[in-house]
Design a protein around this ligand. Structure first.
Ligand SMILES: [Zn+2]
Length: 220
C-alpha cells in the first residue's frame, strides 16, 4: 500500500499586521530552500512527537510505503501572502502528480490558516488535492485542536482527525490513528462518512486545557 503525505501548517492571526511570507515557511520548516520531501522529511520528523512522526511510526509498523511529499510550517503570525501559499501548494501538487498512483493521502494541516485570497485556506488546499486525485481516493486530514473547521473541509476529506489534548501532547498518537484508519479504508474494512454542523458557541481558550476541569473529566 502506497500512501502520500504532506501539508502546510499555519495558525493565522488576522489582527496581526505582519504578513507570513514564503521566507518564513522556509526558515521555520528547516527543510531547505525548496522544502525538500522524501527522506529529508523522514530524517526531520522520525521519532518525534509530531503528526509526521506518527505517520512514519505507524506506516513502518504496518509495513506501508509512506511517501512524504512536502511539509511546510511557519510560526503563528499575520495573513499568509497568497504567492507563498500558491507556491507551496504548486510544489505539493507537482510532487503528488509525480508519484501517482497512490492508494491514499494523509494531509498534515493546522486548520486555522488564512491567506490573502482564502478565508478557508485548508479548504482550498484539500480542494486542490481532491481535484488532482479524484473523488474516490481516500483522504485523511489531521488538524490542530484549534482549527476552524468548515463545511468545505468536511465535505472534501473522508476523515478529519483533531488533537484530543491541550496542551497538544498527542500529536504522534493522532498521526498513528490517521495511518491506521486510512489503511482500513483502503482495505475496504470501513467507509467513514462525515457530517458537519456548526454550533453557535465560542469556547474560551484558557479553559480548554485538558489537564484541569471542566475538560479533564471529558477526557476520561
Ligand atoms: Zn492548538
Amino acid at each position: 500500500m502506497r500512501i502520500a503525505s504532506g501539508g502546510i501548517q499555519h495558525e493565522t492571526n488576522t489582527f496581526s499586521t505582519t504578513p507570513t511570507t514564503l521566507a518564513d515557511f522556509i526558515r521555520d520548516s528547516q527543510l531547505g530552500p525548496q522544502l525538500e520531501g522524501g527522506n529529508a522529511i523522514i530524517r526531520r520528523y522520525a521519532g518525534t512527537g509530531s503528526i509526521h512522526g506518527g505517520y512514519i511510526d505507524a506506516a513502518q509498523a504496518a509495513g506501508l510505503e509512506l511517501i512524504p511529499l512536502l511539509t511546510a510550517m511557519a510560526c503563528p503570525a499575520g495573513v499568509v501572502v497568497q504567492q507563498a501559499f500558491d507556491t507551496i501548494l504548486g510544489w505539493f501538487l507537482e510532487r503528488l502528480e509525480n508519484v501517482l498512483p497512490v492508494d491514499g493521502m494523509l494531509l498534515d494541516l493546522h486548520g486555522a490558516m488564512v491567506t490573502e485570497d482564502y478565508q478557508d485556506a485548508e479548504g482550498a488546499f484539500i480542494d486542490a488535492v481532491r481535484k488532482l486525485v479524484g473523488r474516490d481516493m481516500p483522504i485523511v486530514v489531521t488538524l490542530d485542536l484549534h482549527a476552524n473547521i468548515t463545511e468545505q473541509m468536511a465535505r472534501l476529506a473522508d476523515v478529519i482527525i483533531g488533537f484530543d489534548t491541550y496542551p497538544h501532547i498527542d500529536m504522534n498518537e493522532r498521526g498513528c490513528e490517521a495511518v491506521e484508519l486510512l489503511a482500513r479504508i483502503v482495505r475496504g474494512q470501513v467507509s467513514p462518512i462525515q457530517a458537519y454542523r456548526k454550533l453557535p458557541l465560542i469556547t474560551m481558550p484558557p479553559m480548554q486545557c485538558t489537564l484541569r476541569e471542566p475538560m479533564q473529566s471529558l477526557m476520561l
